[in-house]
Design a binder for this molecule. Sequence first.
Ligand SMILES: Cc1ncc(COP(=O)(O)O)c(C=O)c1O
Length: 461
Amino acid sequence: MAAGTHIEIDRARIKELIERETALLNERTEGSRAYYERARQSLVGGVASSYQLRDPWPIYLSHGKGAQVWDVDGNEYLDFHNGFGAMVQGHAHPAITKAVTERIELGTHFAAPTEDAIVVGEELTRRFGLPQWRYVNSGSEATMDAIRIARAATGRDTIVKIFGSYHGHHDYVMVSIGVEYDRIGDRFELESLPYGLGIPQAVADMTVPVPFNDAEAMERRIERLVEEGRPPACVIMEPAMMNLGVVLPEAGYLEAVREITRRHGMLLIFDEVKTGLCIAAGGAVERFGVQPDLVTLAKALGGGLPSGAIGGTAEAFELVEAGKVVQVGTYNGNPLSMAAARASLLEVLTPDAYAHLDALNDHLLAGCQMVIEKYSFPGYSVGLGSKGCVTFSPETITDYTSFKANQDAELCELAWLTNMNRGVFMTPGREEEWTLSVTHTFEDCNRFIQAFEEMADDLTA
Ligand SMILES: Cc1ncc(COP(=O)(O)O)c(C=O)c1O
């Protein structure tokens, strides 16, 4: 966690290095620039999703194998982005490639269940200790359906989420994310702010945000909602926040949330779209030992194919089973995705794979921490399982407010540029963490550490 004393970084020097590294990256990615010029004629902003935007142009990739990816200019990178954390298996893993290739020959879509869907359900039950599962095609669908199930189960409309947390792009949860520091407000009275245009305030108002790592604030807010005659159906939360770098739950917090939700007759939804399958076989449920009523999965589930899942207790799924909650989707349990998920769960993400990810991450976190201490940098390394980051903040970040107050956006920008120019592919933007894959090696992690040290050296030269 955050170290005691640290140097003041010269802001002019950061700007100078950002300029230098930007010029270098632009020079190395002329092919991407050409793709961008072409792409923007038909794709809005030249990309398929606004999360792929980057100024002055996105880096277009051609292929990936194992821990590496290549851009359209032929530049090779070690991939620490891993498709926003979906590719913990590494790219084109032979076991997944084989399963998908075999499945293609047998037909790729029926909208009828296949054996692979059963096997995946059995394995998820074993990993998460939740007996009932349904499939969807993305994390957004998973959280949307989980919330609907919770609302039906409780007969209540209001929901509680963590301020600053991302749970996908549907209206229920596009609330109170990406808010500027001076708009955050009182932690006991956080506002329901639509994230972007097109989200009705009436819908946003049904989603009430509370701060992470503060069980007291959560309980006070829930009590007030009860007094106002709008008791909440559920709390939806990431057990460890993964969209502000990595923010770990403090000791006792998740247990307290479990107790509060139970006492108020609410369901607890752990959104494990990022943590599930990536920080342990049974995700945060296994890692922290707190059992929610519902779990949502996506990203790493499909080994690179679109997929998602909702797991829950028999009680939580009762109304789905009875046909009273309509949980549906043409592509749910798609045979190709299920074949990939089966191979991933049974052949790739094995106990040895998780041990390897833990060892790699320990090595990478320790290496980054050593650089931080050597240069007395304002920051700390933090992570879990395959995920981690360097948080550029003099203080430990515990929630959205402390993140906004302390995180150094310019340093994040410089770190991203430095990495990209040294063959380390990372997520553009300041709020993401790395995801290691089972195909990464200790040498790969050393390359990340070296790039980080080069930046520290340049900044303090
Ligand atoms: C915690 C969490 N939940 C849900 C989602 C939405 O997933 P998708 O982009 O697959 O819809 C994300 C995506 O980043 C996420 O991080």
